[in-house]
Write a protein that binds this ligand. Structure first.
Ligand SMILES: Cc1cc2nc3c(=O)[nH]c(=O)nc-3n(C[C@H](O)[C@H](O)[C@H](O)COP(=O)(O)OP(=O)(O)OC[C@H]3O[C@@H](n4cnc5c(N)ncnc54)[C@H](O)[C@@H]3O)c2cc1C
Length: 414
C-alpha cells in the first residue's frame, strides 16, 4: 500500500508539496482553513532560479509555463536603486541581466499550485490539534471533526504554525522588531517626475530613526518572463509598484496597526513627513490604492541552523514559514518553502523506492531544511538589522550624516 501524507496548510509550501506528492502517485490530503484560494492576502512573491527548478520537480511543465507567462522577469528590470530620504541616489544594485528570478502575484501562484493539487485540497478545514494515535500513527484533528490519520503529517501552516509549535513545545519565531506596511501603486498614477526617478526598477530608501521604504517594481505584461499572453493569469496587469514601508516597532508604530485603508495611508505619510522625508518620495504611498494598504509584523526564526526544527525526528514534521519564518526583506521565504517541498518529495520518493526508511528520510529532510532556513534568515536579517541600527542615537546620526556624503559621492561619479 502507498504512503499517505496529510499536509496542514495550503499556502505556498503546502500546495507545492501536495502537488508534487499527487503527481508522483502518493496518497495526499492538503487541508487549509481558507474557504477560497483566491481570497488571500499578499502582493508578489519572488521565485528565484533554485525555487523554479524545485517547482519543475513538483508540478507539470504546463503549470510552470503558465507561471512564467504571468510573472515579471527581474532580468528585464533596470538595476535596483538606493536612495536617501530626500530621494537622492546613493548607489545602484547589481546588474540583473543574468538573473533568472521572477516576481509573481501571490494569488496567481497560489491558484496555479491549487489547480495542481486538484481535489486533494480540502478548503474550509481548520486543524485544531495534531498528535499520535494508539496505533502510533500521526493524525490531525479539526475544529469540526474527528481525526484523519496518515503515515506522515507535514505542518505547512505558516509563521504561527500549530504543528511546529506542537513539535517545538513553543513558538518557532518571534517579532523581528520591525513592522511593515504595504500597498500597491500603478506606475501611471505617479507624476512624470516620480515615474522618471523611480523608473522601471525596484529601490530601497533608508532614513534615520528606523524608517525605510522599499519600492518593488513588477510588470507581468511588459516584462513577462515568458511571452505567451494566452497563458497569462496575473492579477497585476501593468507596470506596478508594490511598496513596503518599514519602521522599528514602538508604541507609536503599533497604534498604526489599528488603522485601515485610507486612514492608514494618511498616518504613514504623516510619520514619514515628521521624519523629514521629502514630499516627492512619498508620492508612491500617497497615490496607492487605499484598499491595498495593510500592516504586517515581521516575524523571524533563528538564523542558526541548529535552532531550527528543534525536535527529535518523528512522523510529524513541518516546512516553510512554520520552521523558518523569514521577514520579506530578502524575498526568499516563499522560494525556500517551495524548495523544502521539493526536498521532502525527493526523500519520500526514496522511501517509496525502498531505498531508505521514513524516519531516515524525515531526518535528512530536516537537516537540509535547517541549512536552507539559516541561509535565507541570515540574508533577510541583514536589512532588518540595518534598519534597526538607524534607530539608535549613533545610528541616526550616522545615517543623517553619511547619506548626503554618499549621495554627493555618487553624483561625482556621474
Ligand atoms: C495572507 C498572506 C499574505 C502574504 N503576502 C506575502 C507577500 O506579499 N510577499 C511575500 O514575500 N510573502 C507573503 N506572504 C508570506 C509567504 O506566503 C510565505 O512566507 C511563504 O509563502 C512561505 O509559505 P508557507 O507555505 O510556509 O506559509 P503560508 O504561505 O503563510 O501558508 C500557510 C497556510 O496555512 C494555513 N493555516 C494556518 N493555520 C492553519 C490551521 N490551523 N488549519 C488549517 N490551515 C491553516 C493558512 O491559511 C495558510 O494558507 C504572505 C503570507 C500570507 C499568509
Amino acid at each position: 500500500m502507498g504512503m499517505r501524507v496529510v499536509v496542514v496548510g495550503g499556502g505556498i509550501g503546502g500546495l507545492a508539496l501536495g502537488a508534487g506528492l499527487r503527481r508522483r502517485g502518493f496518497e495526499v490530503a492538503v487541508f487549509d482553513r481558507d474557504i477560497d484560494v483566491a481570497a488571500t492576502g499578499g502582493y508578489h512573491i519572488t521565485v528565484d532560479e533554485r525555487a523554479q527548478s524545485a517547482l519543475r520537480e513538483l508540478v507539470a511543465p504546463e503549470i510552470v509555463q503558465r507561471l512564467l507567462a504571468s510573472a515579471s522577469a527581474l532580468r528585464l528590470r533596470n538595476r535596483d536603486a538606493f536612495w536617501d530620504r530626500r530621494g537622492r541616489l546613493l548607489g545602484r544594485g547589481p546588474d540583473l541581466t543574468g538573473d533568472s528570478s521572477v516576481d509573481v502575484d501571490r494569488i496567481t501562484l497560489r491558484l496555479l499550485l491549487a489547480e495542481a493539487v486538484g481535489d486533494d485540497l480540502h478548503l474550509g478545514r481548520t486543524v485544531s490539534d495534531v498528535g499520535y494515535g494508539d496505533d502510533g500513527a500521526p493524525h490531525v484533528l479539526f475544529t469540526d471533526g474527528g481525526p484523519v490519520s496518515a503515515d506522515l503529517v507535514v505542518g505547512a501552516d505558516g509563521a504561527h504554525s500549530l504543528v511546529a509549535q506542537h513539535l517545538a513545545g513553543g513558538p518557532t519565531n518571534s517579532p523581528a522588531g520591525i513592522i511593515g506596511f504595504s500597498g500597491r501603486t500603478l506606475h501611471r498614477d505617479l507624476s512624470p517626475g516620480e515615474q522618471q526617478r523611480l523608473g522601471l526598477r525596484s529601490g530601497l530608501a533608508i532614513g534615520p530613526r528606523g524608517a525605510a521604504l522599499y519600492v518593488g517594481f513588477l510588470d507581468p505584461v511588459g516584462n513577462a518572463a515568458l511571452d505567451a499572453p494566452e497563458l497569462r493569469m496575473s492579477v497585476t496587469t501593468g507596470p506596478t509598484y508594490i511598496w513596503g514601508a518599514m519602521f522599528t516597532e514602538s508604541a507609536a508604530t503599533e497604534s498604526l496597526r489599528d488603522l485601515r485603508d485610507g486612514e492608514l495611508q494618511f498616518a504613514l505619510l504623516r510619520r514619514f513627513r515628521e521624519q523629514g522625508w521629502a514630499e516627492h518620495t512619498l508620492e508612491v504611498i500617497g497615490r496607492a490604492d487605499p484598499h491595498s494598504v495593510a500592516a504586517y509584523r515581521f516575524n523571524a526564526a533563528s538564523t542558526r541552523a541548529t535552532e531550527l526544527a528543534p525536535w527529535p525526528t518523528g512522523r510529524i514534521t513541518a516546512l516553510g514559514d512554520a520552521v523558518h519564518a523569514t521577514p520579506p526583506t530578502a524575498g526568499m521565504g516563499a522560494g525556500a518553502a517551495i524548495r523544502d517541498a521539493a526536498a521532502l518529495l525527493r526523500h519520500l520518493d526514496d522511501v517509496a523506492d525502498g531505498g531508505t526508511t521514513l524516519a531516515e528520510a524525515v531526518n535528512r529532510f530536516e537537516a537540509g531544511m535547517r541549512q536552507r532556513g539559516s541561509e535565507i534568515l541570515t540574508l533577510a536579517m541583514r536589512t532588518v538589522r540595518l534598519i534597526l541600527a538607524t534607530d539608535t542615537t549613533f545610528g541616526a546620526a550616522a545615517t543623517a550624516v553619511t547619506t548626503p556624503i554618499l549621495a554627493a559621492a555618487v553624483r561625482l561619479r556621474h
